[in-house]
Design a protein around this ligand. Sequence first.
Ligand code: PGA
Length: 243
Amino acid sequence: MPDRKGLVAGNWKMNMRRADGIALAHAIAERAKEPHACELLVCPPATLIAAVGEALAGSGVALGGQDCHAAPAGAFTGCISAEMLKDAGCSHVIVGHSERRHTCGETDTDVRAKTLAAWRAGLVAIVCVGETRLEREAGGALAVVAAQLAGSLPDGATADKLVLAYEPVWAIGTGLTPTTADIAEMHAAIRARIPAGTRILYGGSVNPKNAAEILAHGEVDGALIGGASLKVEDFWAIGQACG
Ligand code: PGA
């Protein structure tokens, strides 16, 4: 991955209560004292951002949100703005995760607005794209992702404020993964549509067993990890496989 430092990001999703989350964050911070070639990022649920941030302080492990609202503030019950994430210590935010696209009905237009919000607040936006199983089986994966990119990415993207995450919907939480060749093909297609130097993560059932092969490919700049990010040894092993 020339000129693109590896990034391994843990998306805790709607998991972890206070004691478990703080313990995991301390364990990650402890591990991160050991040599590692990649950047590490943890995205806890909103309730734990402040506490996890305290536990990670000084470790070099970055803190991120899992979503943000497009507006900076206002009457949006239950929502969190990018400015609030920044204020809570975040440097990154995931936008357009398929669980939000599919269960919350988020559109490319929403994802685009959230990406702009992230940049407005000074956060790096991790923009997620990926096809469903039916779309891949129909031979439409590349076209679907190209359309998501066209709709989700605002003008003005630069490599320092944007990370792409290719996450095939059918691979998330299923134990299934595309072949490394399929991942590389998709990453190359994405790379042709984003600024030079922008990192592209692969996400979807990454675990300590498959990480080395996936992350060894020059097209893959890191991983966005769900389930395996909830165990320090798995998260660390994937981090060690990167870069
Ligand atoms: P998974 O989730 O690693 O549990 O498949 C990945 C993701 O949703 O980012």
